[in-house]
Ligand binder design. Structure first.
Ligand code: WT7
Length: 650
């Protein structure tokens, strides 16, 4: 058997302790309370989750058991009944939150709207009536294909209110993607908008739906929200305007109570091969996972203005724009458009304009800000910020330090949160005010989470050695299955080591038990006989002052087995040259050791990414190996990047 262990070469050793100021006001104020709660959560999970489910959720009927676990199938809070929308909206009405802003909306053109919990309640009730009048019933599927506007959240919550299952399709996806997803889950209804604003242009959502719908026999109606006023074709009898439907609808709606395991949504996540997987999340456990993490990880307070920049089309938008923060009664900022419209300082302008206090974004965005230049940040005060978050990829220490210094002004804790579409909620993360942070590490497990780094025999690898990352205990917000494909669910996640959840990532634990995700297992590099995660090589490259972003891939090599090819994009003020290539090779040699010196350095204007910002190393590997890209590019964000890469070919 081949040795599957991963060599870790990172030498990052900086530690940032929580400030006394943050700690004194934090929702969880000490490392001792973290230890105590964590230990209860993994040693007596039934007791722990029983308490938390009563604390964080409003039940119509109490549950009779906490967990029924027959791996890999979980039933959480059996016997209990609740309504997810009621938990996110109605329950705040009898309190001081009734007239508090639930959503502050900033459109790309600069229009703003503030929606209080009371107003949100009316809108959700009205739209729930609309859905019912269109024949949508408990268990039916509705597709939501909308821009980042409050009505997207209203549509999700209205589905939840009546027990219908929503599937949100990212507004940047094509009509093909709509067709595949709608057909896979047999949706009855599509909720969309005429269009949405992106980089000053209208994204024509309705016409994409029109193209998809010729091949989606299950769809009976299309509800269209008027956002941009751009011309659309309405097919009589099928297409209906949101404003017409809502006009006569009652602003109160009696919410039914649903069993804990009632499906809440399906979210399609692209597999590296084959058709997208329909990850299924259910009601009570999912809501509890998002609610409790929002409270502790974002340290939510009544006075916060909380902004998660993720699109509603991703799990981050589901869990940390809608369900988690709203169930906590938070004020959520929603921004419709691009970060560089009209100028690369739009995010910083929004933070000052709306006094945002908590800001949660992705490493790919942070690296773009770094590339655009510090001057755009320095034009704004950012004094309202008190907490920063990162999600989506390992954050390179260089980007972490920039985030800490330039955005957080050395004052705001950074929570680097590791989780997945499948986990539903944050799994590994610092707790702000509690956990000392190390740039590039997502640190320690959240309550109830038991991460283990294992070798191929299922043994824990030694400290600082790399291996595969597993979660060994069930958690409330875990995916329940893949829609209509329980076999694939079992094969994909539970087969690597039977009974344990395999997340697909490589990781190591350091001497303090901190987790460092080193990249996807499929991307692991074989250099000079060592298996090394992509994140460590890329972090070394990004720590060079000329480099904005880097991707490392392996190319088959007759002599060495595999040679290391790196693709590098440069910061604005630097230009490609043979000298710089040499300098970068030397830099990696100095940072990691000569074993990891790239065999080839290639400069690129941009790297191929998925629409959620992850670098598609698979395509770069193909390009480095064969000079061509023939693999599946349907999840690629920008096709121009690929043609530019081919032209750069030496
Ligand atoms: C994969 C999940 C979680 C919501 C957004 C992405 C990578 C995510 C981190 C992090 C290192 C991370 C992993 C994971 N990832 N967060 N903080 N540090 N890697 O959801 O599209 O389901 O992707 O993103 O590889 O498995 P997703």
């Amino acid at each position: 058997m081949t040795d599957q262990t991963i060599t870790s070469v990172s030498r990052e050793s900086r530690i940032f302790k929580p400030s006394a100021e943050f700690k004194n006001q934090a929702n969880l104020g000490s490392f001792e309370s973290y230890r105590r709660l964590y230990s209860e959560s993994v040693n007596a999970p039934d007791k722990f989750w029983d308490k938390q489910a009563k604390k964080f959720l409003s039940w119509r009927k109490p549950f009779s058991s906490v967990l029924k676990w027959k791996a890999p199938h979980a039933k959480w809070f059996s016997g209990g009944q609740l309504n997810v929308a009621e938990n996110c909206v109605d329950r705040h009405l009898g309190t001081a939150r009734a007239n508090k802003a639930a959503i502050i909306f900033e459109g790309e053109p600069g229009d703003t709207r503030t929606i209080t919990y009371k107003q949100l309640h009316r809108e959700v009730c009205q739209f729930a009536h609309v859905l019912e009048s269109l024949g949508l019933k408990k268990g039916d599927r509705a597709a939501i294909y909308m821009p980042m506007i409050p009505e997207a959240a209203v549509a999700m919550l209205a589905c939840a209110r009546i027990g219908a299952i929503h599937t949100v399709i990212f507004g940047g996806f094509s009509s093909e993607a709509i067709k595949d997803r709608v057909n896979d889950c047999q949706a009855k209804l599509i909720i969309t908008a005429d269009g949405g604003w992106r980089r000053g242009k209208v994204i024509e959502l309705k016409s994409n739906v029109d193209r998809a719908i010729t091949g989606t026999p299950t769809v009976q109606s299309v509800v269209v929200f008027k956002r941009t006023g751009s011309p659309v074709t309405m097919t009589p009898g099928r297409d209906l305007w949101w404003h017409d439907l809502v006009a006569g609808a009652s602003t109160t709606h009696k919410a039914k109570a649903f069993e804990s395991e009632t499906p809440l949504f399906i979210l399609y996540t692209s597999g590296s091969t084959g058709k997208p997987k329909g990850v299924l999340h259910t009601s009570a456990g999912y809501l509890l996972g998002t609610a409790i993490t929002s409270h502790y990880v974002f340290d939510l307070k009544e006075t916060d203005v909380y902004w998660c920049t993720a699109d509603i089309g991703w799990i981050t938008g589901h869990s940390y724009v809608v369900y988690g923060p709203l169930s906590n009664g938070a004020t959520v900022l929603m921004y419709e458009g691009a970060p560089n419209q009209p100028e690369p300082d739009r995010f910083w302008q929004i933070i000052d304009k709306h006094s945002v206090s908590i800001f949660y974004t992705a490493p790919t965005a942070i690296r773009a800000f770094m590339r655009w230049g510090d001057e755009y940040v320095k034009k704004h005060s950012l004094a309202s910020l008190r907490l920063l978050g990162s999600v989506g990829e390992p954050i390179n220490p260089e980007a972490w330090m920039w985030y800490h210094n330039l955005i957080g002004k050395k004052r705001c804790p950074i929570v680097d949160t590791w989780w997945q579409t499948e986990t539903g909620a944050i799994m590994v993360t610092p707790i702000p005010g509690v956990t000392p942070t190390k740039p590039g590490s997502c640190t320690l497990p959240f309550f109830g989470v038991v991460p283990k780094v294992l070798d191929e025999h299922g043994n824990e690898v030694p400290k600082n050695a790399g291996g595969k990352l597993f979660l060994t205990q069930p958690w409330p917000s875990m995916l329940r299955t893949l829609w209509n494909d329980d076999d694939r669910f079992k094969k994909q996640y539970w087969n690597e080591i039977p009974g344990l959840y395999f997340c697909g990532d490589g990781a190591r634990k350091d001497k303090d038990g901190y987790l460092w995700v080193v990249g996807r297992i499929d991307d692991v590099l074989n250099v000079s006989g060592h298996r090394i995660g992509t994140a460590e090589i890329e972090s070394a490259l990004v720590s060079h002052p000329a480099v904005a972003e880097a991707a490392a891939v392996g190319r088959p090599d007759e002599l060495k087995g595999q040679s290391l090819v790196v693709f590098v994009t440069l910061k604005g003020t630097h230009t490609a040259s043979e000298e710089l290539k040499e300098a970068l090779r030397a830099h990696v040699g100095k940072e990691i050791g000569s074993l990891a010196k790239p065999d080839q350095v290639r400069f690129a204007a941009g790297l191929p990414k998925t629409r959620s910002g992850k670098i598609m190393r698979r395509l770069l590997k193909e390009l480095a190996t064969s000079g061509e890209i023939k693999g599946d590019t349907s999840t690629l964000e920008d096709f121009a990047v690929i043609s530019a890469l081919k032209q750069d070919e030496e």
